[in-house]
Design a protein around this ligand. Structure first.
Ligand code: ZN
Length: 354
């Protein structure tokens, strides 16, 4: 066996939210030097082989602190907060983007905000943490999309039109178990224009959190691969956040990708948030996705710092245990490397261009 861990390029984390919320004046130092809270910081990522990923900007609503906690119940249907005002969305988005740029600045070359697949491959080859700026919900984007131009210039390369809460662009799924993702209307007219603009600017459109009608609207309008950065299989865990077989077929047809979410509430057939969830439960989702979407269409979407993950993983240092579980299950080295990161970089390249 190799001594250095398999490099992981991951589809979703919320470390910027954790860093914004923590007290103390220098979140960039906490990230670079490491601390013992949460799932992600540079020393622990290096230990676990976390080589890069999409770093989400998420604008919290005042009342949404406990979604993850509430999913410990046997059934749940958690009401969504309302629209976030544009000024608040922009204020928080700029704050969190600035945290990432300050990390890059303070890292002296150890962390880079990547704008192309070539950037990402270069970073991973040189042991530099490859980060991609992503917004989870378009709360910061104005109806005329001026902010989209500015964020794109700043480095934005991926965007979810909605987190679960509605935006002026569309509607997301509430956190409901059991439940289907068909929970409401599709994209608004502005949402359709946003999809077209993202295609033009080659910004990835992330379909995790959007409801099923919104998903089909994007599938119809977009010329890019369909990607759900952190979602699982509805046929195994019938949660609103997971993807139906028909959605998986469309993702396959578009040469898209699903990032397997480590959130236990989206893994377990009983839909409960419970850290005591064996890794074989995750492997069942990966097996199913390989079968349905094809081996090139499967990646990881950890949700680190945003969800309760299996105890065996714990934090970034536990990624090699997931790799071991895949090896034990019979995946060969090439398959494991694809799932752990190569597929993600390839689909980003197909979306962004060379
Ligand atoms: Zn999410």
């Amino acid at each position: 066996m190799t001594s250095s861990p398999v490099p992981v390029f991951d589809g979703h984390n919320d470390v910027l939210l954790r860093l914004m919320r923590r007290s103390g004046r220098h979140p960039e130092r906490a990230f670079l030097e490491g601390e013992s809270i949460g799932h992600l910081d540079l020393p622990r990522m290096r230990q676990g082989g976390f080589a890069g990923g999409l770093f989400a900007i998420f604008v919290p609503s005042e009342e949404d602190a406990s979604v993850d906690d509430l999913m410990a119940r046997p059934q749940y249907d958690i009401p969504l907060p309302g629209l976030v005002p544009l000024t608040e969305g922009q204020r928080v988005t700029l704050h969190m983007a600035s945290i990432l740029f300050r990390i890059e600045q303070a890292s002296k070359g150890a962390v880079k905000v990547c704008r192309s697949a070539t950037d990402i491959r270069g970073c991973i080859g040189n042991g530099v943490l490859a980060t991609v700026l992503h917004i989870e919900g378009a709360e910061a984007i104005d109806p005329d999309l001026h902010m989209l131009d500015v964020l794109h210039q700043a480095g934005l390369r991926s965007l979810g039109p909605v987190w679960s809460r509605p935006t002026i662009f569309g509607h997301g799924v509430p956190f409901r178990y059991p439940g289907t993702p068909d929970t409401g209307p599709g994209l608004t007219e502005r949402g359709q224009a946003l999809v077209k603009a993202c295609n033009r600017m080659r910004i990835l459109i992330d379909l995790s959190h959007i409801n099923e009608r919104g998903f089909w609207d994007v599938a119809r309008l977009s010329d890019a691969p369909l990607v759900a950065s952190h979602s699982n299989v509805h046929a195994i865990c019938p949660h609103t956040r997971n993807l139906t077989d028909k959605q998986l077929d469309a993702i396959r047809e578009s040469r898209g990708l699903v990032g397997v979410n480590f959130a236990t509430a989206f893994i377990r057939p009983d839909g409960r948030r419970d850290a005591d969830t064996p890794l074989i439960e995750m492997i069942r989702h990966i097996d199913y996705l390989i079968e349905k979407v094809g081996v090139e269409g499967v990646g990881l979407g950890s949700d680190f710092d945003g969800a309760t993950v299996p105890l065996e993983i714990g934090d970034a240092r536990g990624l090699p245990r997931l790799v071991e579980a895949m090896e034990k299950h019979g995946y060969d080295d090439a398959t494991i490397r694809k799932i752990c990161g190569e597929n993600w970089i390839d689909v980003l390249e197909r979306t962004w261009g060379g």
